[in-house]
Design a protein around this ligand. Structure first.
Ligand code: SAM
Length: 197
């Protein structure tokens, strides 16, 4: 089936569907109501594992309900913890880590992801990532602080050596500059050559 690519979340799902397989271990660093968590849980199947972090109890409760109704709860570890504690909880290596930054629509708009903790989580994600694995980040700049967070994320990903990481930034250039955009970091498999046509 087609993935709806009208927004950043759809595009992140496209990358995840390409790279995550049955039995894989993955992380949702910003679980919220569990939209991405459920997508990941379906990709990894019953033998896979998803670690899902959020600081909001209410959001995690909603995610639990959605996952349970979909029959996927047993393959998900829902953690009420900041993603800056990722490495303490996740048994790596993992195939993918997902970040959906900003605030959760319909909940406390003051509860936003922040540059310092987001960067801490990104750095830890990189250490638990399998070669060939990806970090996908949906970046929101429309709320106060969002632009600064996006800049901090871009600065960090831009510093990753190209010999070891492939880093992409994808924007919808026919929409206002405030719409969310996607950053993808692929950890390259050592020794693998870039295929030339
Ligand atoms: N992917 C989610 C979904 O499908 O509903 C939406 C994520 S929402 C844009 C961002 C989430 O990040 C919010 O639910 C917020 O509570 C969470 N958050 C904020 N700071 C966090 C932190 N330090 N660690 C983990 N999650 C955090």
């Amino acid at each position: 089936s087609y993935i709806d690519m009208r927004g950043a979340v759809g595009l992140t799902h496209l990358f995840l569907r390409e790279r995550v397989a049955l039995g894989d271990r993955v992380v949702d660093a910003t679980c919220g109501n569990g939209q991405d968590t459920l997508f990941l849980a379906r990709l990894v199947g019953p033998l896979g594992m998803v670690w899902a972090f959020d600081v909001q109890e209410e959001a995690l409760a909603k995610a639990r309900t959605h996952l349970s109704e979909a029959g996927c709860l047993s393959r998900v570890k829902l953690l009420q913890a900041g993603h800056e504690q990722l490495a303490a909880h996740v048994e790596g290596p993992v195939q993918a880590v997902v970040f959906n930054l900003g605030y959760l629509p319909g909940s406390d708009k003051a509860c936003i992801t922040l540059p310092e903790t987001t960067l801490a989580a990104l750095k830890q994600s990189e250490t638990v990532l399998f070669p060939g694995g990806i970090i996908v980040i949906a970046v929101y700049t429309g709320h106060p602080g969002g632009r600064e967070e996006g800049a901090a994320v871009e600065q960090w990903v831009a510093s990753l050596p190209y010999q070891s990481y492939s880093v992409w930034c994808s924007r919808q250039i026919n929409r206002p500059s405030t719409v969310p955009y996607v950053i993808v970091v692929e950890k390259l498999v050592p020794g693998e050559q870039c295929g030339q046509p």
